[in-house]
Design a protein. Sequence first.
Length: 250
Amino acid sequence: MHMHRLFAWAFLLLCVPAVALADPPADLAKALKNEKRSVEDRARDAGRQPAQVIAFLGIGPGDRVIDVIAAGGYYTEVLSLAVGEKGIVYAQNPINVLRFHDGAADKQLTARLADERLKNVQRLDMDLASTPIEAGSLDAAITALNFHDIYNDRGAQAAGGLLRLVYHLLKPGGVLGLIDHAGVEGADNKKLHRIEESKVRAVVEASPFELEASSDLLRNPEDDHTKSVFDPEIRGHTDRFLLKLRKPKS
């Protein structure tokens, strides 16, 4: 790793608030190892640390949650296991996401939910603004590896609009977990499918959310931020930031 990247990495770690990560629930960790989950999903776990992410966000049994732009539903299934039989998970996707790449996400999500395998999941094939979910009814939300596309394609205003829509659906005190591929200043982050964390934080600061915490759980200092997230050398192991946003209780 070049020295200037090493220094930049060290500085970033110093700027992240110290957060004591909760131990992942034993039941969830066990459920994630279940062979009913696909081989592909279980292979992704090493890079995505799903049990630890859920623990960091404080999502638990009985919660009502939404996977915003769920795509094929990797986190939808994780959330389904986390909230259990008494919880509800909404898997939301805009129609254009479901049609992308010859309907790849649609096919994956359909297969995942076949035969009511995840009975606590409700599929919402529509824009977030059109969902029938009652305002202020959700305990938590997550959006993973999506924010960069909205920001890079349509700008900060559209990205902020997504945050406001999620905010509207959450209960006071509700949480939004935001995960994305880290980019660096000066790079063609749109081409690389990345985004600078500072830009995301600026959008959050302009929103009604409070940035409660960030975590280095998904960080990878070996990612030099020069490769596309789809490059075989780094795919599934990109340097990612994880932010925990909170809707104020009052």
